[in-house]
Ligand binder design. Structure first.
Ligand code: SF4
Length: 403
């Protein structure tokens, strides 16, 4: 199989470390306010510098998101940021508009430029135009079918990147005013409040006080509420179409989500590369990560679906915590000595049951219970590698059915 990059989100340093440990080949992240995930945490310049060095030591790549639609007042700060990141040894920056590409090419000519999915590239002429302007990769719009992905990649003769997993917009790749209009939070500045997931009614123009339910039940209508994208079953075809990078969405998603999803796709890609049959259990774990039900988006005709019954996200598991690089356990939920949990370990194809045999504070004081936000030394029934993640089943949470 042709080698392909598995690209994962790094909402902050700890999520980035987890994604790298679980097998991402490259990570994307934002600095300051100039990216499309203003509330995801982001990196300081200093954190980015250390993180990039660390990724390079691991043989992985680092991409910085600069994919806002800048207004006049943004141009000067954006130029200053480009000047500051020019020497960071980034492997690429992600831009949405030609002006920012031009800015990068003039101020930091050594930086590779990737064109964001926010640029909505759906055809080979546009992809080629971006290439002629200096872009090295185009992240295709999510609205393309497999045949269209193949055609654009072949005709434009430019590296392409495709989203394979994560949340979808009912608007064109996030070009949407709904959130800004209803809440003041701007989706095009990475601050979407997701009103499309809310329950909706229809109102006829001349009967202003009457709301018409167009609902399947009494809770309302969730007609705009897109299911999440999952292209696990089509990864081989996407690679055959010539795509260079497979992207996982979700810089605002949590640690458990990142570990679970990156792990599943890493195991799949390695199995495909080695010509072995993927274990069906790897695919099942994607249904154990937070999701709104899955569909295949626009890859296969008729694949796009809204989740009409509710806007609820299925979250069958919660994160207990993770092992850091020093071997300390970082608790994210209450834990107990003697408790039994499930361990996802980097590059381990099985999810194992593990028991906490001994629990001590970071200063070595034995305790029966641990609290979120604290670090602990733990002895477990199985050795845990750095960046291993422990989870527990959320009581009463149903597993969503496959759709
Ligand atoms: S409101 Fe919904 S469709 Fe609009 S940008 Fe946000 S997630 Fe996308």
């Amino acid at each position: 199989m042709r080698p392909v990059e598995l690209l994962a989100p790094a909402g902050n340093v700890e999520k980035g470390e987890i994604a790298a440990a679980f097998g991402a080949d490259a990570l994307y992240f934002g600095i300051d306010q100039f990216n499309l995930r203003a509330r995801s945490g982001n990196f300081t310049l200093e954190e980015a510098q250390i993180f990039i060095r660390r990724l390079h030591e691991l043989g992985k790549k680092a991409y910085l998101t600069l994919n806002i639609y800048p207004k006049e007042d943004d141009l000067r700060p954006l130029e200053e940021l480009i000047d500051r990141v020019a020497g960071l040894a980034l492997d690429g920056v992600i831009v949405s508009v030609p002006g920012v590409l031009d800015m990068v090419k003039k101020r930091a000519p050594g930086l590779s430029v990737h064109v964001s999915t926010q640029a909505n590239v759906t055809d080979s002429r546009s992809a080629r135009a971006w290439k002629e302007w200096g872009a090295e990769r185009v992240i295709l719009a999510r609205e393309l079918s497999l045949d269209e992905i193949r055609a654009v990649t072949r005709k434009a003769d430019v590296e392409t990147e495709v989203f394979i997993h994560g949340a979808m917009c009912m608007a064109y790749s996030g070009r949407c005013l709904m959130s800004k209009y209803m809440t003041g939070r701007d989706a095009n500045a990475g601050d979407c409040a997701h009103p499309c997931r809310w329950s909706w009614y229809v109102r006829e123009e001349k009967r202003k006080n009457e709301l018409f339910e167009v609902a399947e039940d009494e809770r309302g209508l969730y007609i705009f509420n897109s299911k999440d994208l999952m292209l696990y079953d089509h990864v081989g075809e996407i690679i055959d179409a010539g795509v260079s990078s497979l992207k996982i969405e979700g810089r605002i998603k949590g640690i458990l989500y990142v570990a679970t999803v990156v792990r599943a796709y890493r195991l799949l890609l390695d199995a495909l590369a080695e010509g072995i049959t993927p274990d069906p259990l790897w695919r099942e774990t994607l249904f154990e990560a937070n999701n709104r039900g899955y569909h295949t988006g626009f890859l296969i005709p008729g694949g796009y679906e809204s989740k009409l019954e509710s806007s609820r996200t299925f979250a069958p598991y919660d994160l207990l915590g993770y092992m850091d690089a020093r071997g300390e356990f970082v608790a994210k939920a209450p834990l107990v000595k003697g408790g039994t949990y499930e361990a996802l370990q980097p590059l381990n194809p099985a999810i194992e049951t593990v028991r906490i045999l001994d629990l001590q504070s970071a200063t070595g004081v034995s305790t029966e219970k641990g609290q979120p936000g604290q670090r602990y030394r733990i002895e477990t029934s199985l050795p845990l590698k750095p960046w291993s993640v422990l989870r527990y089943r959320r009581p009463g949470e149903d597993q969503p059915g496959e759709t």
